[in-house]
Design a protein around this ligand. Structure first.
Ligand code: FAD
Length: 341
């Protein structure tokens, strides 16, 4: 069989990282990224990009932990290299604070992040409305620079990128041997996945260079995540809302909530508002499927549905998707050698 042609559909953090893993693990493949939007116009560009996992109820915890660990290890190495600032990756320390002590005082990811410990009484004095807290150091991606860095890595490995809206995965069967579906919330329409739903998120990106520590309310709604250039203030979680228009009342609410956690933010400047739709599902869809029409087959690998935690697990799920592509190639090679007999 000639070099397998692989189309990765989607150019958010999932599509780009998956294409990179496939190109690196299968150098004989010809990999292309097809997408109707690229950075800076994807959901991934809106994200805060902090590495604090979201829990997927339908995925075993040990699998989620493995995905997070692989992603953390990958980004930690970048943060510790000369490329850190271009890639937009940096370590950030801070606090997750709770109004009431959570049932689970040790989250499953506590031994993956660095220096996880309960907050001291003295630290908690900064948060008079909160009774319990966790201090740790994690990683943060500045999302648009990280996506551009991934695109640059892809071009350097010979991966080509084309702007194209795919109406039906089957339309790719005559041009490609394998299709990888990384379309995020777009999969709702593309493959008619009724289990996939949007969770709308509105965030503010502000200039406040004196804010150095992250602060996250344990309810997950209010957060302050300092990046290299701007601080992300959040947020909202609106299930089944498809609206991409910023809401001015929500902007004020987010700003007030964040100022009550970090009063110095009242002096923040140049407030920009962004909205994105988290591609949410009970579990990430990471599986093989074979489409078939009139005896012709097209192997597909799905990798979408990362909800509120795509940055936290992207390299782990990209590696698994690349492994599934390897299985598709082995199956194609098996069937082409059987056909020659
Ligand atoms: P997208 O980034 O949406 O990429 C999908 C791609 O597919 C796009 O390029 C799109 O153009 C393309 N596409 C779709 N349909 C088609 C089609 N038919 N044909 C061709 N191309 C198509 N996660 C974290 O881990 N940490 C955070 O701090 C964090 N903060 C967030 C804050 C907000 C406000 C939001 C909204 C999300 C946040 N997330 C965070 C979640 C994270 O952003 C997502 O999990 C992640 O971006 C999903 O990536 P994706 O590549 O699957 O989707």
């Amino acid at each position: 069989m000639a070099a397998p042609k692989v189309a990765v559909v989607g150019a958010g953090v999932i599509g780009l990282s998956t294409a990179l893993c496939i190109a690196e693990t299968c150098p004989s493949c010809s990999v292309m990224v097809l997408s109707d939007q690229f950075s800076p116009n994807t959901t991934s560009d809106v994200a805060a990009g902090i590495l604090i996992p979201h829990t997927y109820p339908g995925t075993p915890i040990h699998v989620q932990k493995q995905w997070f660990k692989e992603t953390f290890t990958y980004l930690f190495a970048i943060s510790n290299s000369a490329e850190a600032s271009e890639a937009g990756i940096h370590l950030v320390s801070g606090w997750q604070v709770f109004k009431n002590t959570p049932k689970e005082e040790l989250p499953f990811w506590s031994d993956v992040v660095l220096g996880f410990r309960p907050m001291s009484e003295a630290e908690l004095q900064k948060f008079p409305q909160h009774r319990f807290g966790q201090a740790f150091t994690t990683l943060k991606c500045d999302c648009p620079p990280y996506l551009l860095w991934l695109e640059k890595r892809l071009k350097a490995t010979g991966v080509q990128m084309y702007t194209r809206k795919v109406a039906d995965l089957w339309e790719l069967h005559s041009e490609y041997n394998i299709v990888v579906n990384c379309t995020g919330i777009g999969a709702h329409q593309l493959v008619g996945d009724e289990k996939l739903f949007p969770v709308r998120g509105q965030v503010l990106k502000v200039h406040a260079p004196w804010v150095k520590n992250f602060i996250r309310d344990g309810d997950g709604l209010t957060y302050i995540y300092p990046g290299i250039h701007r601080v992300t203030l959040g947020g909202t979680r609106e299930k089944e809302s498809w609206s991409l228009s910023p809401d001015p009342g929500t902007t004020k609410g987010i700003f007030d909530r964040c100022c009550s956690l970090e009063p110095s933010l009242r002096a923040a400047q140049d407030i920009k508002v962004k909205v994105g739709l988290r591609p949410s599902r009970q579990c990430v869809r990471l599986q093989r499927e074979v489409l078939s029409q009139g005896g012709v087959k097209l192997p597909v690998v799905h990798n979408y549905g990362h909800g509120a935690g795509g940055f936290s697990v992207h390299m782990g799920t990209a590696k698994e998707a690349a492994r599934l592509v390897g299985e598709c190639i082995a199956a194609l090679q098996g069937s082409s050698s059987r056909a020659k007999l």
